[in-house]
Design a binder for this molecule. Sequence first.
Ligand code: GLN
Length: 203
Amino acid sequence: MTKLTIGVLSLQGAFIEHILMFERIGVRAIEVKLPHQLEQIGGLVIPGGESTTVMKLMDSFNLIAPIKKLAMKGLPVWGTCAGMICLSRGAVNPNGAPMQTLELMDISVKRNAFGRQVDSFETQLPIAGIQGGPFPAVFIRAPLIENAGSGVKVLARLPGGEIVTAVQGKLLATSFHPELTGDDRLHRYFADTAGNKPVACPI
Ligand code: GLN
């Protein structure tokens, strides 16, 4: 069996941190900047950064159509923070204006839902299906999930009820930045979803 390779969309944002985290758990990870690189991967991470910039760059690099096609055929895709915004079926800017997204996951999100940069925070977050206690979740100008369709499983909420982790089939969305912590459980979970080993349904 060929070894699993995870692609990390590397146009802007925190892509290197994701690659290092996968390497640390023994999973091969490569930068994806061009459409042909998608052919080599068993899962794709869309990292945090600036979602409008990432969407514009995906468009310029002709990545939107091939990513959508592969995800609809079952490629596991994990969006963290800005990446979650890109995965959503719709996002609302703080000024109320809609923005273009990949429209893959049946969630609508609110950008910068917790205020400005100074309002970034870390919290201990229990996540359904992630064993070993709460996850140290780092929120940086983070989005939240305002609506989740019936096919979406909510895995974590903040104490105020805000949805911050969800799955739909092989699509995973986290509002926060797991790659910026020393905790690799979500990277292991995604790698397992992508075929490293079978994953039990989290809820
Ligand atoms: N605020 C950013 C956006 O809306 C996301 C921030 C992040 O990825 N840390 O795109």
